[in-house]
Design a protein around this ligand. Structure first.
Ligand code: PEP
Ligand code: CO
Length: 447
């Protein structure tokens, strides 16, 4: 299949695509991407669909977390490890606190492409193309840096490859052994109440593990952990050449990540992103913002999951904490009445972004948590399963979101604000959220 002339995709408009200044270079990048080895395997994607089917059926919970925008400079062992640790620690808190299995998914190894509300950015009278993610251009405010460069598609692939390699080594090679739950906390602030709370959980897990091992058992599940990679399928010059036909089934899979989602800005029913998602076999997601209509969810479910396969389609809702209780119920209700099968996941980040008086884009912990609470309340009333959480986080010691148990405020943002795009929860705020969500989940499973 020649990726430049392949006719498997509908010839329809694609929103949010980079304007490459050099189309020959773009073709060269596409041809190279079409030949590289896959980042993930079709069988792994099918396994994730099965895991998500359990979530859709109410038997487990999915946690998706990672950077808003991964960057090439932060593609270091320390940064990847810190993000992975944070997701693993959150998953432990949820699993232990609520006694539910947690499917772990990183917003990692492919999150190099960003949709933007404005195509350009103006500073001091100078207007340049907006930053669209390291896979397209550079964050630095300079004409050369901001000009989209198709060779960056290849850089994004190679960076994703090295991230995934490290993640696979960590999760399969002993680091994610349950007996290591204490060590994940080592570099963490033990003087924080959240850090101490985690230590207590880790001690209890140790006792339970000692008991199991005293009975003469050493289950394989304790030594390795399943971890999947997800990102937004945004730039189709990256995604389309990274589709491969699975030799077992003859069906197409996106091999750029196990799970890909379509963003709120690109989810037009007749647009190229939904066409793309409808034709790949991976488990897929669609972000739904507060403007989503009942007709939209019904049409998306029919188009993306016509066979009603549990785990195939996840709706990631990001309504904002003031709106979630009002706009989410009619959508869930319509899906239920139509007998469509979807997994509902809450993104409490993207509907709760605000700007401080000093010009920082931030999020307030209580508002983030309030959206999760609203999400749980709505599902409780409708008798459906609040299936998961999708958050932007980092393991680094930054301050980008305010609030939380240590009372971070606007003044703390100065000097500790590092994100290339949206504000992320730091490790302490992420763990605090996990403890709070575990309580909600526990109540839910007990009711
Ligand atoms: C994102 O997840 O980074 C994002 C841009 O989200 P949304 O499509 O929901 O705005
Ligand atoms: Co974001």
């Amino acid at each position: 299949m020649n990726p430049l002339s392949y006719s498997g995709w509908a010839d329809v408009p694609a929103a949010q695509q980079p304007e490459w200044p050099d189309m020959l270079l773009r073709d060269e990048a596409i041809l190279k991407l079409a030949k590289v080895p896959p980042l993930v395997f079709a069988g792994e994607c099918d396994t994730l669909t099965e895991r998500l089917a359990d979530v859709a059926e109410g038997k487990s919970f999915v946690l998706m977390g990672g950077d808003c925008a991964e960057t090439f400079v932060a593609n270091t062992a320390d940064s990847i490890k810190a993000r992975l640790q944070t997701v693993l620690q959150m998953a432990i808190v949820l699993t232990y606190g609520a006694s539910v299995p947690v499917v772990k998914v990183g917003r990692m190894a492919g999150q190099y492409f960003k949709p933007r509300s404005n195509a350009t950015e103006t500073r001091d009278g100078v207007t340049l193309p907006s930053y669209k993610g390291d896979g397209v251009n550079d964050l630095e405010f300079d004409l050369n840096a901001r000009t989209p460069n198709p060779m960056r598609l290849l850089d994004a692939y190679h960076a994703s490859c090295s991230t995934l390699n490290l993640v696979r080594a960590f999760t399969q090679g002993g680091f994610a052994d349950l007996r290591m739950v204490h060590s994940w906390n080592q570099s963490f602030v033990l003087d924080s109440t959240v850090g101490q709370h985690y230590e207590q959980v880790a001690r209890e897990i140790d006792r339970a593990l000692s008991f199991v091992s005293a009975t003469g058992r050493d289950p394989e599940e304790f030594r390795r952990t399943e971890f999947f990679a997800a990102h937004e399928a945004l730039v189709l010059d990256y995604e389309k050449p990274l589709v491969r036909i699975d030799s077992r089934t003859g069906l197409p899979y996106a091999v750029s990540g196990h799970f890909v989602w379509v963003g709120d800005r690109t989810r037009q029913l007749d647009g190229a992103h939904i066409d793309f998602a409808s034709k790949i076999q991976n488990p897929i997601g669609v972000k739904l913002g507060p403007s989503t209509k009942v007709e939209d969810v019904l049409a998306l479910a029919r188009k993306l999951n016509p066979q009603k396969i549990p785990g195939r389609l996840t709706f990631i809702t990001r309504m904002g904490h003031t709106k979630v209780r009002e706009v989410l119920p009619p959508l869930i209700d319509a899906i239920n009445k139509a007998g469509e099968v979807v997994l509902w996941c809450c993104d409490p980040m993207h509907g709760n972004t605000r700007e401080t008086s000093t010009g920082y884009k931030t999020r307030v912990y209580d508002e983030v948590f309030d959206e999760v609470k609203g999400f749980f309340e709505v599902h409780h009333k409708l008798g459906t399963h609040p299936g998961g959480l999708h958050i932007e986080l980092t393991g680094d010691d930054v301050v980008e979101c305010i609030g939380g148990v240590s009372g971070l405020n606007e003044a703390d943002l100065v000097g500790r604000y590092e994100t290339a795009c949206d504000p992320r929860l730091n490790r302490e705020q992420s763990l605090e959220l996990a403890f709070h969500v575990a309580e909600l989940l526990l109540k839910r499973t007990q009711s």
